[in-house]
Design a protein around this ligand. Structure first.
Ligand code: ANZ
Ligand code: ZN
Length: 799
């Protein structure tokens, strides 16, 4: 009896796959293609997490199945290696980020290989390599060329602890995504990518792809399309136009005041005529300490200051109304100014109550003495709109009125903002821009790419929040590419999300040094057939990369309008305590430890068996040991092997049924039920005491995507050949049906017996068998009625 020596078996096959490049994808093969993508890891110092294993195991199973089904599969991996965690480690330890990154990549690579993932290791990408980031810079310059890059001095999200400007996506919930410090608003000059120009395309594209409903919804909400109107109010004292954005132009007659953001430029413009300017300045200073998230909380107590010296005029009614500044109006949305309708907007209502402002009802249906009425109803107190009962009609009518008066028009707004695209840090792609005293902003010529990150030792951030690159004279000083005069390089670097915005394109042709990928390779592989990753990337990486891809599509550089045909997401693995795994809680499971003690195959089977793939599930040691026992049982099947090239009568139905179940479940990512089906088949075989060659082969192929090492070893040592060269197993639908079925026999509705009958039996046969089964009870009785429900029951009424 051979022992199941998992560690010898696993390293043997890993070496074999490496040497034979078993999982290498071919460019330009005539086979059908399948491109499976998983989110490449950030190589952190902590090494791999069991969460990574679960994230990769899903499409690992699908990829292995597809190869056996005859597909040319691209299942690549790489490293998304620029970013703050590495830089912070480097600052703390004094080890250069390049070295930190290289060490971490070595560590991750060996861990990934130990689990036996079938990645194409010939296509590995490292986003921090010059031959990669050359093309990140190239795409940036293309965007610059097409007007999608601009510089603006505005209020930005700033993390005081990391000393960097953050995008909206990176400061969700008002906290820094990296260190979780509270974000403050700061006025800074930053680079932006005009992602808002793609808002509609990003939204519409969602209708053409197969994403999880929740993934779609989150993207829709993040883009946040709003339809409404821009209306110009005027200011009595100086005739200035004050433009507002509203989704409810129908409520214009109910406007009793206006609110502008504390940072609104009109305050600066008319400083001298505002009597309480000191109060306004003080209030604005308070607001700058708050995050946008905090400012937009509905429950928050309303605060504000009335502007003494500026009065608004309602363009429709001619009525004069006060103007306030308040933190509930954001400068970064709409126009930074609103018309307030306290009767029908909750925030305006609270504000009006607090400041004693009139509340005028214009829609009937609520009780505005108690709260704002936000529902539908008949228009009142609204001139030409009175009597209209439908919101849409009322809005249409008001848009007509505004058009006639020439003071307003229909408009669209998006919640999504332009992407703040620079960081004041060392470990990132240098932004390829030169500042020339004469020519202004000049792009680095394409021929000069890559603009290399200088390999210096001094990578600490500056005190003033300036990028470390600013201190490197040899980097900063350059000649203007346009006029040749002395000029300065941009010293900020790109944010961490740059490299991952196009990595799936590079995998198609990773060694190309003429283009980011050849058209031929892109045409063959795109779109990604199936992308799996975390929910936390749905409103950042997914939106960013769709944006880059759509831009490249518009300039003719990629062949498809969308990068990913399908997107799924795995659930988290929680600690045994049911909490999110974290170092501070001490509940982290190291995949290495599991591989050491139980083997990679057990780890792989367990992370897929622990629950629904898309749901979070806690780590459970005894359930993992159950997976170990399962594989032991598979190994022991060798002791029951008999000759036979066709399924035996006893197992035929079970084999077909299990093949069907596993094949279908894999496609739906129901890995846990697929494994459960194989477990019960093994139990049945074990109880039966024998298995023949045909059954063994099929079973090993079926289990191979989950547990590739043990199955390859058994398949090979039993003389069947190399499993990876076999065909995926098929089933016959007709044979999946059980040949017999249990039915109930009732007498006057009471169960008297349960009998097994052939599935194909007709009504007469069923009746005959049922009567035989309860012959004793029927003795001496007269049958009054017979009811037959095939597959379920026979009921005989007799007395
Ligand atoms: C008058 C009104 C009456 C409004 C009413 C709503 C209800 P969404 O759907 O999010 O686009 N608003 C506009 N700009 C704002 C800003 N910069 N900061 C805070 N609030 C702002 O919401 C648009 C509505 O939010 C606008 O419509 C405006 O209030 C407010 F019964 O105008 B509304
Ligand atoms: Zn110049």
């Amino acid at each position: 009896e051979k022992k199941y020596d998992f560690s010898a078996i696993e390293s043997k096959w890993q070496k074999y796959w490496d040497e034979h490049q078993t999982f290498k994808a071919e460019n330009g093969s005539t086979k059908p293609k399948f491109y499976a993508l998983v989110e490449f890891p950030y190589p952190s110092g902590a090494g791999m997490h069991v969460g990574h294993i679960k994230a990769y195991s899903g499409l690992e199973v699908v990829s292995r199945k597809r190869r056996l089904q005859g597909y040319n599969v691209l299942f690549p991996i790489g490293f998304d290696a620029y970013g703050l965690p590495t830089e912070n480690t480097a600052i703390k330890t004094g080890v250069h980020p390049r070295k930190v990154t290289d060490n971490n990549i070595v560590k991750f690579t060996s861990q990934l290989k130990r689990v036996g993932f079938s990645f194409d290791w010939s296509r590995v990408i490292d986003t921090t390599e010059e031959r990669y980031y050359k093309w990140t810079q190239w795409i940036f310059l293309k965007m610059f060329e097409h007007g999608l890059v601009f510089r603006d001095k505005t209020l930005v999200n700033y993390c005081p602890s990391c000393k960097v400007v953050l995008s909206n996506e990176d400061s969700q919930g008002g906290h820094c995504d990296i260190c979780h410090s509270e974000i403050v608003q700061k006025t800074k000059e930053v680079w932006y990518l005009r992602i808002t120009e793609y808002a509609d395309k990003l939204l519409q594209g969602l209708e053409t792809v197969d994403y999880l409903p929740n993934v779609k919804l989150q993207q829709e909400n993040w883009i946040g399309k709003s339809t409404g109107a821009f209306v110009n109010f005027s200011i009595k004292e100086n005739g200035e136009k004050l433009r507002i954005y509203t989704t409810r132009p129908d409520t214009l007659y109910g406007v009793t005041f206006m609110v502008i953001a504390p940072e609104h430029p009109i305050i600066k413009k008319y400083r001298d005529s505002i009597k309480n300017i000191a109060d306004l300045d003080a209030y604005k200073a308070e607001c700058s300490k708050k995050s946008e998230f905090e400012r937009t909380q509905l429950v928050k107590d309303k605060t504000g200051v009335k502007i003494d010296g500026l009065t608004g005029v309602n363009p429709v009614t001619g009525k004069e109304i006060p103007i306030y500044i308040s933190d509930y109006v954001m400068m970064g949305y709409g126009t930074g100014a609103i018309m307030a309708v306290p009767a029908h907007d909750t925030r305006d209502y609270e504000f009006a109550k607090k400041f004693g402002i009139d509340i005028i009802e214009v829609i009937k249906g609520g009780d505005i003495s108690k709260e704002a009425y936000t529902g539908d109803g008949e228009m009142v107190n609204s001139g030409e709109l009175n009597g209209i009962t439908n919101k849409k009609d009322a809005i249409e009518k008001m848009l007509g009125v505004l058009a006639k008066l020439g003071c307003g028009e229909k408009g669209v707004q998006y919640k999504m903002k332009d992407w703040a695209f620079n960081r004041q840090r060392y470990w990132g792609e240098p932004i390829p821009i030169v500042h020339c005293p004469d020519c202004g902003i000049v792009p680095v010529p394409y021929e000069e790419l890559p603009l290399e990150l200088p390999p210096v030792e001094n990578f600490q951030p500056g005190q003033d929040g300036e990028s470390p690159l600013a201190k490197i004279d040899s980097f900063v000083h350059c000649k203007c590419p346009k006029c040749g005069k002395d000029a300065r390089r941009e010293t900020d670097t790109m944010p961490q999300w740059a490299g991952s915005s196009w990595y799936f394109l590079r995998y198609c042709d990773p060694n190309n040094d003429k283009e980011f990928a050849s058209q031929e390779a892109l045409k063959y592989w795109l779109p990604v057939d199936w992308y799996n990753g975390g929910m936390e990337h749905v409103t950042r990486h997914m939106i960013y990369s769709r944006f880059w891809h759509k831009f490249l599509y518009d300039i003719g550089e990629v062949p498809t309008p969308e990068p990913y045909a399908k997107r799924t997401a795995q659930g988290l693995i929680l600690g045994p305590d049911g909490e999110k795994m974290s170092k501070s809680r001490g509940n982290v499971i190291d995949p290495n430890d599991v591989v050491d003690v139980y083997g990679a195959d057990v780890l792989r089977v367990y992370v897929l068996f622990m629950g629904d793939y898309e749901q979070a599930a806690p780590w459970n040691d005894s359930s993992m040991k159950g997976c170990k026992r399962f594989l032991d049982r598979v190994w022991n099947l060798q002791n029951m092997l008999v000759r036979g090239d066709e399924y035996s009568d006893e197992l035929r139905t079970s084999m077909h049924k299990t093949i069907k179940k596993v094949s279908e479940d894999i496609e739906k990512m129901r890995f846990n039920t697929a494994i459960a089906a194989m477990m019960s088949l093994i139990n049945e075989i074990t109880a039966n005491g024998k298995i023949n060659d045909a059954e063994m082969k099929s079973l090993l192929i079926l289990l191979n995507p989950f547990a590739p090492h043990i199955t390859e070893e058994m398949y090979n040592s039993l003389g069947y050949g190399i499993l990876n060269e076999a065909q995926w197993v098929t089933y016959d639908e007709a044979l999946c049906v059980d040949s017999t079925v249990e039915i109930v026999v009732q007498l006057c509705g009471k169960i008297k017996a349960r009998i097994n009958v052939p599935t194909a039996a007709d009504k007469d046969e069923l009746l005959k068998m049922a009567k035989e089964a309860i012959a004793q009870s029927l003795e001496g009785k007269t049958i009054r009625k017979e009811i037959v429900v095939p597959g379920k029951l026979v009921n005989i009424v007799a007395n």
